[in-house]
Design a protein around this ligand. Structure first.
Ligand code: NAP
Length: 331
């Protein structure tokens, strides 16, 4: 496993991190997680040199009982493995109004009031069996939030308390630049954003900005929720509650298959499409870490195999621009 520096934090993060949204029960978007297999995948990832774990307060949250199952699963792993201090743990404060993405026009006082930020940090520390977080991220953002000072004081106070080392923003889906004025405050060390062969928009402004200002970059949804593994076909049937039934609804599934078939013809060697898609992201030196969701040990093996320093050649990166497919799958 190779490591990169997470911007000005100076933390050395594995260039392949693990996304944990789908690892545990709860929530209503991913179906059928086998938590024993998820725990094995997490342990295997760490055994293989992975050190960056991304989670969120909301992952696997069940309102009726208050469980946050993704946090709890990671907390169990940290307690049993005793590896906390070797790992870099990131989580996210959900919007208090529970609205993803942040709606334009809503004041930050309704989304991230200081007492909400503080209580979500405390919940997270308890869930994860730790007394500090390496990175806490706002789970949605609107750049006009920069005009309010309350969240800034809250973040500074929490960092001073030692509960959180660095702060980040996980930007709204498909809005990579909806944070740039906020980054100018210097309070934010890392940005998490959708980046994959289909959604190349971050290369236009966010990547150059981050390189210039030493902001850590965390690339999420690198496999387009599994679409860029090439495992979806016209006949794919997902469990009915899986959100990807909506995400890949017709005519998008047919279009996805057409596009992944075209991408397969560009792979220069015996890599799989999954490896090619992840290597595309690691070919950008501005990216600190890519965080595929991995709930199987076999996924860990495939996905970390791209951490070998080999980048796609510039001509191929240029050719791949023709394969971008900018769309908002959620609308
Ligand atoms: N707003 C936000 O802040 C936000 C939003 C989305 C995601 N995230 C973070 O980013 C992480 C990654 O995004 P994501 O998980 O949504 O999307 P993703 O990484 O693009 O796709 C993950 C899915 O791809 C499939 N997959 C992964 N590796 C595979 C392999 N080697 N072979 C075959 N299939 C493979 C798995 O599907 P199956 O499990 O169904 O087999 C997996 O659940 C999340 O876990 C989360 O930590 C953050």
């Amino acid at each position: 496993m190779l490591y990169r520096t997470l911007g000005k934090t100076n933390l050395k993060v594995s260039e392949v991190g693990i996304g944990t949204w789908q690892l545990a029960r709860g929530g209503d978007m991913w179906t059928d997680p086998d938590e024993n297999e998820s725990l094995k995948a997490l342990a295997h990832f760490v055994d293989m040199g992975g050190n960056f774990i991304d989670s969120a307060w909301i992952y696997g949250y069940v309102g009726k009982t208050g469980h946050r199952y993704s946090h709890e699963l990671i907390g169990k792993f940290l307690a049993e493995s005793k590896l906390r201090n070797k790992l870099i743990i990131a989580s996210k404060v959900p919007p208090k109004n529970m609205h993803w993405p942040a709606l334009p026009g809503v004041p930050v006082s309704e989304v991230f009031p200081p007492d909400w930020i503080a209580s979500c940090v405390d919940d997270t520390l308890r869930d994860l069996n730790t007394d500090y977080l390496d990175l806490m991220q706002f789970h949605v953002w609107q750049d006009y939030f920069v005009e309010d000072d309350a969240w800034k004081s809250a973040v500074q106070k929490i960092i001073k308390s030692g509960k959180v080392r660095f702060w980040g923003i996980s930007v709204n889906d498909y809005q990579p630049d909806n944070c740039l004025k906020t980054l100018d405050t210097g309070l934010i060390s890392a940005v998490q954003f959708i980046f994959n062969i289909f959604h190349q928009k971050p290369t236009e402004t966010l990547l150059p900005y981050a390189a210039k200002n030493n902001i850590g970059l965390i690339a999420r949804v690198p496999l387009d929720e599994g679409g860029l593994t090439g495992k979806f076909s016209q006949n794919t049937k997902l469990p009915s509650a899986d959100f990807r039934n909506h995400y890949f609804r017709e005519p998008r599934l047919a279009e996805l298959v057409k596009r992944t078939d075209a991408l397969k013809t560009l792979i220069p060697d015996s890599q799989s499409l999954t490896q090619f898609a992840l290597r595309y992201i690691l070919s950008w030196p501005e990216v600190s870490t890519v965080i595929p969701g991995m709930r199987k040990t076999s996924y860990v093996d495939t996905n970390i195999s791209v951490s070998d320093g080999r980048k796609l050649p510039p001509a191929l990166l240029s050719e791949l621009k023709n394969h971008s497919w900018e769309r908002n799958f959620y609308i």
